[in-house]
Ligand binder design. Structure first.
Ligand code: ADP
Ligand code: MG
Length: 476
């Protein structure tokens, strides 16, 4: 059934699609739904917290503008995370540090008729510390080690089992990777393991929670207590640092970090990009972050995906002994759901839900149907500015230093412009950031370069081909 608001929403979506292009639309908006229009507020929902934060920090104005073109009474956009769950109240756990080996997934039907296995939230003693909630399944036991995460895992483990007072080996430990590659899993594993003996206090906070804690402490004039509490812990674990926003929270974070590190306390951080690419932080902060151990986790290889699937199925079987996924089906999912760990989890949940609700065994045919929409085209690879500079320098036979230098001879100017153009089109970096990474140039210089190359590729087919080749090299 369609309502006028839903009709408007469809048109808003079309506007968005036209404005941001198909790729970006598919990445961020395809799964966004209109919940309702509430006076001047359009209430939208997305399936994950990540999407929510991303849309809020990058696209609120744009979404609002598209709404206003359709319906000028809308003044505000609210984005919430859709929960498909018939929520059960979190059980009160008296003993704070009991660690369960898993949770009993229940099956729920979402508003749009999807079936999913859902997990009841479980409160832990960790909440009492003011930390972000932990997921009991995200432990070292369930973390599968593969080529792409060996180093990150080893470093995290080391941090987790260290004792109070022991010298800290690397500080901070900074782990970065794209979405769904296991950052949160690893950080929560550190938190669980680290808190086990109750010898040390390990606090897990998302950057959002850190901001929220700080802002509300300021409001209640308890900022001092907040700072003291933070400084009283042994290991501070911060997830999704890229979402840390606002000058005063950043300054506060910076102080906290410095105070902890100087006091020999461990800091562990995860983000979706390396410290050098955290544009909104100042230089000193970036170098402090880069001064410990920085580890990247790469994409999950097929072997690793298969192992993760097996682990997930085994965990589900603890509660649903009748649930079985034949080996060829696992192999098929590992091969075709390449996106990230979250989709693997989603795939297993769907098979389980289907199996429980219909009583039918999991077959290849059923799997193909259930996971079809998880088989998305590969998200474009994360391209780094250094890679662009390296590849362009090689192609045009100049040095990377030439690209960053102030030389203005023709043989350097064009490659530099091409490199800046590629940086703008292949990464999410802003013009000022790109300028900074190209020898401290002004953002107007970058903009000029981008426009120049855009203008040229229309007529100069040789240049257009060169750029295609460069793009392909960078994205493979
Ligand atoms: P990120 O925080 O990097 O976006 P998550 O840690 O939330 O990613 O991982 C997404 C999903 O993939 C989770 O269900 C997680 O358990 C699973 N996952 C990712 N990497 C691994 C791994 N190496 N072993 C087991 N599960 C993994
Ligand atoms: Mg995460």
């Amino acid at each position: 059934m369609t309502t006028p608001d839903q009709d408007r929403w469809l048109r808003v979506k079309e506007r968005l699609r036209a404005e941001v292009g198909e790729d970006i639309f598919q990445s961020w908006f395809a799964r966004m739904d209109l919940e309702r229009v509430d006076g001047a507020a359009a209430c939208l929902s997305v399936p994950t917290r990540f999407l929510k934060s991303w849309i809020q920090s990058h696209y609120t104005d744009r979404v609002l503008a598209c709404w206003q073109s359709e319906h000028d009474e809308i003044q505000k956009i609210d984005v919430t995370v859709r929960s498909a769950v018939i929520r059960t109240a979190p059980p009160k756990v008296k003993q704070p540090d009991v660690i369960d080996s898993g949770r009993d997934p229940r099956i729920a039907r979402t508003d749009n008729g999807d079936m999913r296995a859902v997990y009841a939230p479980i409160s832990t003693g960790h909440d009492a510390l003011g930390g972000s909630p932990l997921d009991m399944r995200l432990t070292f036991d369930s973390f599968v080690i593969g080529r792409s995460n060996t180093l990150a895992h080893a470093a995290a483990k080391q941090v987790a089992v260290a004792h109070r007072g022991e010298p800290v080996m690397f500080n901070p430990l900074y782990i970065h990777a794209g979405v769904g590659l296991g950052k949160t899993h690893l950080l929560q594993s550190v938190t669980w393991t680290g808190n086990r003996g109750a010898e040390r206090k390990v606090l897990y906070l998302t950057a959002e929670k850190f901001m929220y804690g700080f802002v509300s402490a300021l409001r209640n004039q308890t900022a001092l207590a907040f700072k003291e509490a933070l400084r009283g812990i042994d290991v501070l674990v911060i997830d999704d640092l890229q979402f840390l926003q606002g000058k005063s929270t950043q300054a506060e974070f910076c102080h906290t970090l410095n105070a902890l590190i100087d006091a020999g306390r461990q800091v562990v951080i995860a983000a979706d990009r390396p410290p050098t690419d955290l544009e909104s932080l100042d230089d000193r902060m970036r170098s402090r972050l880069a001064g410990g151990l920085v580890v990247e986790m790469g994409p999950l290889g097929e072997d690793l995906r298969l192992e993760i699937l097996k682990t997930r199925v085994a965990a589900a079987r603890q509660y649903h002994p009748g649930f079985d996924v034949p080996a060829p089906v696992l192999a098929y999912i590992a091969k075709s759901v390449t996106h990230n760990g979250r989709d693997l989890e989603g795939a297993v949940n769907r098979l389980l839900a289907h199996n429980k609700l219909t009583g039918q065994p999991v077959t290849m045919e059923m799997a193909e149907r259930e996971v079809r929409d998880l088989i998305r085209p590969q998200e474009p690879k994360r391209v780094k500015i250094e890679d662009i500079q390296r590849v362009v320098a090689r192609q045009y036979n100049v040095s990377r230093a030439d690209l960053l230098s102030s030389r203005r001879t023709a043989n350097v100017v064009r490659p530099r412009q091409v490199a800046m153009y590629l940086a703008k089109t292949l990464t999410l970096r802003s013009l000022p950031e790109i300028g900074r990474r190209f020898g401290g140039r002004d953002h107007t210089t970058v903009l000029h370069a981008v426009r120049k190359i855009e203008g040229l590729v229309g007529n100069d087919t040789m240049l257009a081909d060169e750029i295609e080749v460069l793009k392909r090299q960078l994205q493979e």
